[in-house]
Design a protein around this ligand. Structure first.
Ligand SMILES: [Zn+2]
Length: 192
């Protein structure tokens, strides 16, 4: 396992360092990558997410679609639920969700419903992404809540863990069907 969170004390507590802007986004993305690695190790497509409020991480999620045999068990959904449970409210309007891959339609919809203030994502997903790739549900002008969106944070790291996963799976299964999901020329390999 590649420990993206090494040196960041990810297991030591929920505090975020007192940095702002890009440094903070990258820090949160490393925590999300750590969650993605957890999915990888368990055989799920490696996507991870965290929710931060102020200087605290209040929610975490790693994709569990295969483990739970649940099509809704995407990292973002689990992190949102985790955060809402921790904060005791469904409204996450002062929170930021950071996810390694551009959200799909389901997750983009849930993010809008949660009133989340900000969404940060890593790699683009040109097959399923609904934050600009296929469509931009997060910032649809007809919706009454539009989170701020920052894209491309540590995108190479986020795409690389996905490529590594599909390469390994192809090696193990010899399944040509995953070939289309394991291209190395982009960052959109996902059928979770
Ligand atoms: Zn999703």
């Amino acid at each position: 396992m590649h420990d993206y969170a090494a040196g960041y004390g990810v297991n030591a507590g929920c505090g975020l360092p007192d940095v702002s802007g890009a440094g903070r986004d990258e820090y949160c993305m490393r925590l999300a990558l750590h969650e993605a690695e957890r999915a990888f190790d368990a055989g799920d497509v490696p996507v991870g997410a965290i929710v931060a409020k102020g200087n605290s991480v209040v929610g975490r999620g790693s994709n569990r679609t295969v483990r739970d045999q649940d099509p809704t068990a995407h990292a973002e959904m689990l992190a949102l639920r985790d955060a809402a449970r921790a904060l005791g409210t469904w409204r996450l309007d002062d929170c930021t969700l950071t996810v390694t891959l551009e959200p799909c339609a389901m997750c983009a919809g849930a993010l809008v419903l949660s009133r989340i203030q900000r969404v940060v994502f890593g790699a683009w997903d040109d097959k399923s992404g609904m934050a600009g790739s296929i469509h931009d549900l997060l910032r649809h002008p007809r919706l009454n809540h539009r989170p701020q969106v920052t894209s491309g944070v540590l995108a190479d790291d986020a795409a690389s863990v996905l490529r590594r996963f599909f390469r390994q799976r192809r090696g193990l299964t010899g399944d040509d069907a995953v070939e289309s999901h394991s291209r190395t020329d982009d960052h959109s390999p996902v059928d979770r």
